[in-house]
Write a protein that binds this ligand. Sequence first.
Ligand SMILES: [Zn+2]
Length: 268
Amino acid sequence: MRDMSDTAVGTTTCPACGAAPAGSDGAGPRSCPSCGEKLYRIGGELLRHRIASIFLPMHVTAARLRNHLRRLAITRVGPIEGDCYFLPYYRMEGSSPEGDETFTLLAVNLGDERLERPFLPPADMKPFEQPARDAAGPSGEGNAPVRVLDPSMTPEEAAARVAPLGFKVSRPLELIHYPFYLMRVEDCGRIEGAWLDGIEAKLIRHRLRLAPPVPGRKTKAAACFFPAAAAAMAGAFAPAPFGVALVAAIWAAGAPLLYAMLTRSWRG
Ligand SMILES: [Zn+2]
């Protein structure tokens, strides 16, 4: 945070043409009235606003997940379906502990460290447009839901969160909406969750049955506590329309995943 205020970053004018936007009240997406650049206003700053130009449809991601599971010798899973979330990331200029000059920081609190790592697979970006409701393709009798989450923290807050890890931010460059799928896997009548990115369908996180060692009572209690805390935080930070969905999603994914992490049945 101190780094950012010292260097007087952020811009209240269009980063593409330098025009001062009219009617700049409130946070959210907008277009520059002078040059048409897609912008996002957050915390008094105007950032370029980008979104992945192409992402995988739900059924392809589901097939990739099925392949992942097959490699783990999990073959008899039932239907696999999922929702597409465009999660907001700030692309920052600065320095990472590994010496990178730009990196991406998750701009919402999901309580899942695997989504917070600055590791996004490369994707072609285009100026932000709201994705079509059917953009993720068919799922069951309808289409897979597509949700675009607004940032719930400012660039300063996102920078402050990773400062202890050695990330130094000089300025935010863009707000990127990057696609992820939260897949529901039906396995022996139980629903389990897995996150995959929507560009390469890399498996970000899941818990599926791999004969975990029997956990102790304390481990079980801890595994139940953390998803509850994460869900509560997501509910508090997420924009109103998404709060409930996020809490549900995190319970679906977080509880079993954290349980799996603690029992070390699968890491990857
Ligand atoms: Zn402009």
